[in-house]
Design a protein around this ligand. Structure first.
Ligand code: FAD
Length: 398
């Protein structure tokens, strides 16, 4: 059998892998690009299991990749959805303060928004009541008009179609079992020779990078996100309502979002997961992975860079639906546990951990390797930022 070849092989058909294939084909239409994903369907992992919020880009330090690529990614994703007829609901978002002690952090978010070139407004309680009558704040709140929502799976499907329209090949149900400079091995097509490998393997991006000797100090720590849907009539909640986040941890706290069809949703949690694709129950449990993670978590638990005790104290009780929903009631007092009983599809965050420094990486991490590029920390909001991340990678890491 002749050896298959492709100019570029992308490992992972999540939104980041597809965005990279799309950008590559747009820049170099005469090249051959193949995307492999181990799952038989698209959007089986984070890209299909997230809140679907198009973030605006005001949370992040002005010198970070996240700041720039989220602001630009929000615009590019809006344009993409308009081009491909994917519905976007222009909800906007409010960030509310639960007490006076949170106001300095709210002001800091506003300053970051200004520095990041994001449209933001500081509003008072009366303005909040007009924008989202159900939300409560102390003194003032932030209003982000460019935050929106879409169905994350629909966006992934549409992007996969654009990759195919540009001549790319997407092979599902194909696990990449090994790779190195110039080659990849897959379960469906055997060994391929290739000019360049792009690692966009999400929860497994560290493992794939290690095949190339890249990112050897990194391990992926998985954090599970659980959601509950409300049985409120669609449209009752009009805006996403978020708390002021703790800047020491890379998660935004329990919030209320509106889905694209107007339903209210509470979540997600950020609970340490026991294996990478730990979506609940024991199906898909991988003992080797659990042992590896069990060896890594203690280093995180003793980290001085994050408020780990606070994180565990606030996150672990959220396994209880009642507890989780009650947290959201401090943002929207009419939220009651009895109204939020339909479980959403859980997601797992692929959070990169730098073992020697015991730090969770807060920014996107992209590392070059021989004949390869590795997207190592496609954490939230990489779904929003994906099209801008792809442009950045093509400009800086080719
Ligand atoms: C609970 C939760 C809520 C979030 N909310 C938001 C939000 O509202 N807005 C936002 O912008 N972001 C959000 N995010 C973040 C966002 O979902 C991720 O940043 C983004 O989806 C990452 O995309 P990805 O393509 O890197 O990963 P994935 O979607 O995980 O894709 C990686 C793919 O690689 C494949 N793969 C892995 N190993 C192999 C292999 N060896 N061979 C072949 N294929 C392989 C997997 O099957 C998978 O399909 C959220 C994430 C979570 C978990």
């Amino acid at each position: 059998m002749p050896l298959l070849t492709a100019d570029v092989v992308v490992i992972g058909a999540g939104i980041v892998g597809l965005a990279l294939a799309d950008a590559w084909l747009a820049a170099y239409p005469d090249t051959s690009v193949v995307v492999y994903d181990k799952e038989p369907r698209l959007a089986e992992h984070a890209s299909g299991r997230n809140s679907g919020v198009l973030h605006a880009g005001f949370y992040y330090a002005p010198d970070s990749l996240k700041a720039r690529l989220t602001r630009d990614g929000n615009r590019l994703l809006h344009e993409f959805c308009a081009e491909r007829g994917v519905v976007v609901r222009e909800t906007g978002k409010v960030v509310v303060a639960q007490n006076e002690a949170e106001l300095p952090a709210l002001d800091e978010l506003y300053r970051r928004g200004q520095a990041n070139g994001v449209t933001l407004e500081m509003i008072d309680e009366a303005q909040l009541a007009e924008l989202e009558p159900l939300a409560r704040t102390t003194g003032r709140a932030l209003w982000s008009p460019t935050t929106a929502v879409a169905n994350p799976g629909h966006v992934v499907e549409a992007l996969a179609q654009r990759v195919r329209d540009r001549g790319g090949r997407i092979v599902l149900g194909a696990t990449v079992t090994g790779a190195g400079p110039g080659w990849v091995m897959t379960t469906t097509e055997g060994r391929l020779s290739t000019g360049h490998v792009i690692n966009a393997a999400g929860l497994y991006a560290d493992k794939v990078a290690h095949w190339f000797g890249v990112g050897m100090d990194y391990r992926m720590l998985p954090f599970k996100g659980l959601y509950w849907y409300g049985d409120w009539e669609p449209g009752r909640l009009q805006r996403h309502v978020y708390p002021v986040p703790d800047p020491r941890n890379p998660f935004l706290g329990v919030h209320l979002t509106v889905t694209v069809d107007g339903k209210a949703k509470v979540g997600p949690t950020a609970i340490p997961a026991l294996w990478r694709e730990d979506y609940g129950g024991t199906s898909g449990m991988k003992i080797g992975e659990s042992l590896d993670i069990a060896r890594t978590y203690p280093r995180f638990f003793t980290s001085k860079h994050h408020d780990v005790t606070g994180l565990l104290r606030t996150e672990l009780p959220k396994y209880s639906r009642t507890h989780l929903v009650r947290q959201a009631a401090s943002l929207v007092p009419s939220v009651r546990p009895v109204d939020f009983t339909t479980k959403g599809r859980p997601g797992v965050r692929a959070q990169l951990f730098h073992v020697p420094s015991k730090r969770l990486e807060m920014d996107f991490v992209v590392e070059p390797g021989e004949g390869s590029t590795h997207i190592l920390n496609a954490v939230s909001p990489a779904w929003t930022s994906s099209l801008a991340v792809a442009r950045y990678v093509l400009e800086h890491h080719r």
